[in-house]
Design a protein around this ligand. Sequence first.
Ligand code: CA
Length: 414
Amino acid sequence: MAVKRSWVESANELEGDFPVENLPFGVIERDGERRTGLAVGDQILDLHACARAGLLSGEINLDLRALAVSGKARKVRHSAAEWLSEAGHRSRVQPCLVPQSSVRMLPPFEIGDYTDFYASIHHATNVGKLFRPDNPLLPNYKWVPIGYHGRASSIVVSGTEVKRPSGQTKAPDAAAPVFGPSRMLDYELEVGFFVGEGNALGEPVPLHQAEARIFGLCLLNDWSARDIQSWEYQPLGPFLGKSFATTISPWVVTLDALEPFRVPAAPRPQGDPEPLPYLTDERDRLRGAFDIQLEVSLLTARMRAAGDKPARVSLGNLRDLYWTPAQMLAHHTSNGCNLRPGDLLATGTVSGPTPESVGSLLERTKRGAEPLALPDGEQRKFLEDGDEVILRGWCESEGHARIGFGECRGIVIS
Ligand code: CA
């Protein structure tokens, strides 16, 4: 398939995230307004400006939530791809572009509810080994897409500073806990997916319809205070060790853009049970997973001062998950729970089978026992103040333009 070219030159860069085949949706603040835009190269196509220029019908509600629910997002993206590829449209469309560097990105949706899954069996096994060496993977794991209800109010967009949380922690040999700043602050590399059209309370979404409810994907860092988490998590699961901040990338990459990068769900090892019928669908098994490379980089205060580049500390792939996004969404609604437009579901930490592909420091440093060596000679057990965590994600496939997610960044402050 021929790779499309755009008259927006930066959209044609081979290593770029935003060619005209991608056109992810985001929300910008411009002239005091909340506006919906599409990323193209290093620019943003301001859809509200397009409407004012007569390129889009004034009838279309351009609020991103409305676009995601009405199904008009597909048509808008399709039209925009035409305008941006054909030179004849340039004079009318160019005034609707704004450099990405000149505007502030807002969260793409007002997120009502956020649920975090635990869909990487490698992550679940690694973490289980640290907390329960004799019994790493609990017996429900291969039957139930495990998840918990996260906190929506503290979801922030890339670039927002993350304040080190304080909380109760208890050293294993201490008689009582103390209250103070977390000393075991960590990141979790995840992918989020936004709900477009929701479902009514009491009406589960069957697996074969689940993908139609997913508007698109973003990168997500589920910041985690391991010392707070390990003291509080039993018996009801994560709470204050997680709820202080979750960072998302601002661009929502649509399933349409991800179509060339679909892959079969990761094969289940011999002897693993088949999913129950409500989690089984042939189409989902054959093409329900996504081949997305996922990277974590770290930029410490010292590296920043020295002008160093961020150091890659992990490279994994979303295709390794034990459950597909559609299985997670179908399972979420299987008890009748209603999802609403703009709700955010996340995969859980994406870890692969090797040490270089794990998505958290907890796993990489074996809970601090094996510090990670950085290229400038520094070491990390967990995150220090001034450390910036940068997530990136991209897709590559022969014959298709590379597409990416942009960045999901956050710097730790005290
Ligand atoms: Ca998580």
